[in-house]
Design a protein around this ligand. Sequence first.
Ligand SMILES: *Cc1c(COP(=O)(O)O)cnc(C)c1O
Length: 439
Amino acid sequence: MLPQERRVVTEIPGPRSRELLTRRESAVARGLSIMLPVFVERAGGGVLIDADGNSLIDFGSGIAVTSVGNSAEQVAAAVAEQVRRFTHTCMMVTPYEGYLAVCEELNALTPGDHEKRSVLFNSGAEAVENAVKIARAHTGRRSVVAFDHGYHGRTNLTMALTAKNMPYKHSFGPFAPEVYRAPVSYPFREPLPISGEEAAERAIAVIDTQVGADNTACLVIEPIQGEGGFVVPAPGFLPRLAAYCRDNGIVFVADEIQTGFCRTGDWFACEHEGVVPDVVTTAKGIAGGLPLSAVTGRAEIMDAPHAGGLGGTYGGNPVACAAALGAIATMRELDLCARARRTGELLLTRLRQLADRHPVIGDVRGRGAMVAIELVHPGTKQPNPIATQAAAKACHAEGLVVLTAGTFGNVLRFLPPLVIPEDLLAQGLDIVAKALPTD
Ligand SMILES: *Cc1c(COP(=O)(O)O)cnc(C)c1O
């Protein structure tokens, strides 16, 4: 593994990265924007090495993807071996065992001990789209309910499910019909304190009055919202919604694309409150950086679509499946759920201390290695996206990769690889502390 150290030898981005950025401008479409334009040459564990020889601390994991670390040993070995044997046949043409093994792992690891089936795709958005297709085929109903501050992807149907206009949806409509939005539980931004159950009743009232349970095929929800700002719902919110779905024949789809695979300290975030979803979508952390996604759920729901109704050329590519098996083995062997819980304790403790000294921090929240601070104008709850951008930039300049999030652009989020050494975690937090204004 690469030396696990921060080493800043040029300004960031350095001259070589700036040169590449110029090339990018004439080669890559403007719509793809870059958070921190250092071009990476190597990465491992909790560091990224850029084209100028800087070693940056990684608090982003490529958006919660490299949970097992970059180029993790078992992932790299499994990929190399699979690439030598064969790279593609298409599961729908001539199948291979790796696909089965990944589905078996998913069926065993996702919450609930009922009989399950899985199907594999390439991206998170594709998994969510297919979860909706499956729920519609199973229920014979059309409507889909998503939530305020939710994020589910950038394809047409998932743009409709995603709440935030800019930058995800603006100028890209019209969107898929029969998608409705219900209010979520967002404790920091409730005008009056309200329990999780009450927040669920508020959402249920919207579904009952504006959609109708009998029309609703599925409810799609992130157990902790990701792009929306690491919004952790009040306890009781998810269990009450799951019970409502059960009572009304609605498929409860947990979008665990960002929260899954040990990120929050459990294999899946739904486990925290004992919620057993009917269907789970996964991607991001599943395969140590290779593109793979999945839909896993109750056998009777998953088997509803007709033969040939699901699939895709690359879905469950053999190299990505080999990577997933290597990543899952790593999570098990290193007990990365425990590592995520430990990371969460360190992050939350330190950030709560910082909140006492930095009134710009309005809220500290998260679970496991999925933690964020929400920045406000001191003394109010008014979102402070300017301070958030400034803090992110200041971290970047010091060689710490942090990401922003949130409907109001005022959330600084921390998603370190689960294998990051504790001293790098502490160094990263020192940089965050210096990046925040004190008044
Ligand atoms: C990232 C994300 C998606 C979309 O995944 P892509 O692989 O980018 O299509 C969907 N849902 C959640 C919760 C996500 O975090």
